[in-house]
Design a protein around this ligand. Structure first.
Ligand code: ZN
Length: 305
């Protein structure tokens, strides 16, 4: 191995949502130093990335105009490809995912998926009349949400750029590129679960996807909530704004602004009940009544204007 080889980064000089050049630095460091260096060293990897990151800076910034926070330096495309193919080997990903694949988590995930299906069905009724819901899930991973949509009779399609995820998919209609599903447009609903935080250019991507969405169509966005996260000292902060992995840090406010700039307006999530616990029904109903006072989250529903 050539240890003098150093990973290349691209600098994002303007806001990735509103294009403002006015950025303020929230925190900064080196990839192989401090808490970030220790966390990266402790993560499971295929090929260890540390030698390639030696001395390289990271810098977490926020836009002075729209407040969106993001990492200024992101891996250059060829190095990001190396991250996907070599640093994050299939074996390393499995070690990482195993921790989350508990019966309780799988049950909670399936419950969440059903709730989304029910909300999307309801919010698209007027738009599609008697037709099936035509849905596109971008960054669909292993296709769990798509499989659930198909059970409910949706005409569902997925796009995922990771070949490992496409090769191990639970669902058949998954493609590598947006162009491959463009012929199925217009869609009634577009979902991006845990996707925006990973993208070099989230504005450009959602703009492209939004062209495939019918006017009045529904957009569902979900990311980690990075409210109050300004630096990387704890493992929770590292998981939220890991400088190689989660390169954009949304909050409820910046997510809403991001979508509004792209021509979407927020819609209230219809209240649905997917539970075998009576107490949760009561809690959900109370939350529905108190919605104006409820804490906003980074799981939001929008409609295309
Ligand atoms: Zn901005």
């Amino acid at each position: 191995m050539n240890t003098t080889e150093s990973a290349e980064f691209v600098e994002r000089r303007a806001c990735i949502s509103c294009q403002s050049p006015s950025l303020r630095e929230l925190s900064a460091g080196k990839f192989d130093e401090g808490a970030v260096g220790a966390f990266i060293a402790a993560d499971p990897w295929g090929e260890d990335p540390t030698p390639f990151l030696r001395g390289r800076p990271w810098s977490y910034v926020a836009c002075r105009d729209c407040e969106l926070a993001f990492h200024r330096y992101i891996l250059a495309p060829e190095w990001n490809e190396r991250r996907f193919s070599r640093w994050m080997s299939q074996e390393a990903i499995e070690v990482f995912e195993k921790e989350y694949r508990t019966p309780a988590n799988e049950f909670a995930t399936a419950t969440d998926y059903t709730a989304h299906v029910l909300r999307i069905e309801r919010l698209t009724r007027e738009l599609r009349g008697p037709d099936r819901v035509r849905l596109l899930d971008f960054g669909c991973g292993y296709g769990g949400f798509l499989a659930m949509c198909a059970l409910y009779g949706f005409d569902a399609y997925g796009v995922d750029r990771s070949s490992a995820k496409r090769d191990n998919n639970r669902f058949s209609k998954v493609f590598a590129e947006i162009e491959e599903v463009a012929a199925m447009a217009p869609f009634h609903a577009l979902t991006l679960f845990e996707v925006l935080e990973h993208l070099d250019d989230p504005h450009g991507l959602v703009q492209r996807l939004s062209e495939l969405l019918a006017p009045g169509g529904v957009l569902v966005l979900e990311t980690p909530d990075c409210s109050g996260v300004h630096g990387i000292e704890t493992i929770e902060e590292y998981r939220k704004i890991h400088p190689l992995e989660h390169i954009n840090g949304f909050t409820p406010e910046t997510m809403a602004r991001f979508a509004e700039r792209l021509g979407f307006e927020p819609v209230a999530r219809p209240t649905v009940y997917v539970t075998n616990d009576l107490e949760r029904v009561a809690k959900t109903a109370a939350k529905g009544l108190l919605r104006p006072l409820a804490t906003p989250t980074t799981q939001q529903y929008f409609r295309k204007r």
